[in-house]
Design a protein around this ligand. Structure first.
Ligand SMILES: Cc1cc2nc3c(=O)[nH]c(=O)nc-3n(C[C@H](O)[C@H](O)[C@H](O)COP(=O)(O)OP(=O)(O)OC[C@H]3O[C@@H](n4cnc5c(N)ncnc54)[C@H](O)[C@@H]3O)c2cc1C
Length: 396
């Protein structure tokens, strides 16, 4: 039987790793289990890039959480002497005039972030064409640019954080899949893995991403796994797409779902994603393939928005899973009936950027405390009503 930990974390994605680090820093003994290796190839946190933005429409709390997270990403760059977070700025492309009712996500984001002291640069057609010649300005005649924001190299960050976690005493058990939760009289006594190991602990944190409702079935009415397509394109000429020449952007995202990234320095690949409804999937049983009609949909978006990429090769596609709460807010709270169990999940397609804050919040809650943002992510009853918290998300 393995050593008894103060805290056992189930899941080595950004929610689990950041919590494990925070708890180890607070001098607790911490174990972490994850199948195969970390970063896990199917984890949502495993990718070349994740957008880091303060722009959440009218939602001041997410904007503030992102502001704190951005400060932390910069600190982690310095701490690791590595550029894991690239401050390319964040560009919101608009089909209609910014002041029109059609661009509410962009307009409200500018107002909210403006109240926090950050100014967006308003770019008209000529300015947009001059600065970002790859953008089709007949399609997007206006834009707003915030120099604060950019992208985080998510897989590389998880690798660095796992190594750092181990260096400060977190015992990482790779190749361990939590399967059976031993609960007696409202207390989680142990977790047995598919590989036959048993772990004991004072308190457990389940941060298993899209698999979390499989481990905690009473979350199933409120959280489901949804699959979303990602596309990598290799431009013939990467220079206009390199960070410095091109920022992280949204393309009238609330109405289209489309967003993208500058070319990754290491590979010259330009990544695009669609932040929309997605497909409800079972995290283990269902195939995660991007369909031909989704590729066709992507092609027509490219043709219309970035004509220079209309025929560029799509070198990779992936369907990645959101841990989607019905209201789109994170889920970070203790289990109401199991006193020594905390759930940290519900990234809903926008959690990676908040990693630094989520780690602290999860540690506070698991220690029995509160975080100044934790109220909204507590255990709650939810009904599906089709709306979602993230104003950027395109929900039919
Ligand atoms: C296509 C896509 C694009 C996204 N884009 C962005 C973006 O631009 N910006 C942003 O901020 N966020 C984005 N997100 C959301 C973000 O990626 C997630 O919110 C975040 O990565 C979730 O982290 P997690 O730790 O909860 O889950 P994961 O990263 O999935 O980690 C869960 C971990 O638990 C492990 N696990 C699963 N089952 C078990 C078990 N039984 N026992 C032990 N371990 C287990 C898994 O192997 C995995 O390592 C995106 C997500 C997707 C899918």
């Amino acid at each position: 039987m393995a050593k008894k930990y103060d805290f056992l974390v189930v899941g080595g994605g950004i929610f689990g790793i950041s919590a494990a680090i925070e708890l180890a820093r607070r001098k607790h003994s911490v174990g972490l289990i994850n199948p195969d290796s970390i970063p896990h190839h199917l984890a949502a946190s495993t990718d070349i890039s994740k957008a880091v933005r303060m722009e959440y429409g009218p939602d001041r709390e997410y904007a503030e959480m992102a502001e704190i997270s951005i400060r932390r990403w910069r600190e982690w760059n310095a701490f690791f002497s590595d550029t894991l977070y690239h401050e390319t700025g964040f560009l919101m492309l608009c089909r209609k005039p910014l002041k029109s009712v059609d661009q509410q996500y962009e307009l409200k984001s500018i107002e909210t972030v403006g109240e926090m002291g950050y100014a967006h640069e308003h770019l008209d057609k000529q300015q947009l064409k001059a600065r970002y010649p790859v953008v089709h300005t007949e399609c997007f005649p206006e834009a707003a640019f915030n120099p604060v924001g950019g992208f985080a190299e998510s897989s590389r960050i998880i690798e660095k954080l796992a190594t750092y976690a181990a260096s400060i005493g977190v015992k990482i058990h790779e190749g361990q899949t939590a399967e059976f939760l031993g609960i007696t009289h409202g207390r989680l006594e142990s977790i047995r893995t598919r590989e036959g190991h048993q772990f004991t602990f004072g308190h457990a944190i389940i941060a298993a991403g899209a698999h979390t409702p499989e481990l905690i079935p009473d979350l199933k009415p409120y959280i489901r796994a949804t699959g979303h397509p990602v596309f990598w394109v290799r431009p013939a000429d990467t220079v206009p797409f390199m960070s410095g020449n091109f920022p992280v952007f949204t393309a009238d995202i609330a109405h289209t779902g489309w967003y993208g990234f500058p070319a990754l320095p290491s590979s010259g690949v330009v990544k695009f994603g669609k932040h929309a409804q997605g497909l409800t999937l079972h995290p283990e049983r269902d195939e995660r393939r991007v369909t031909d009609s989704e590729v066709a949909d992507f092609r027509s978006f490219l043709k219309e928005s970035f004509p220079v990429l209309a025929n560029a090769p799509v070198v990779y596609t992936r369907r990645c899973l959101y841990t989607d709460t019905l209201d789109g807010h994170f889920w970070i709270d203790r289990h109401p009936d199991i006193g020594n169990l905390t759930i940290s999940t519900g990234g809903s397609g926008h959690g990676f950027k908040m990693g630094p804050v989520i780690g602290e919040m999860t540690a506070d809650v698991a220690e029995g405390g509160k975080h100044n943002f934790s109220d909204r992510y507590s255990w709650r009853h939810l009904e599906a009503n089709g709306s979602t918290a993230d104003a950027a998300r395109h929900m039919q």
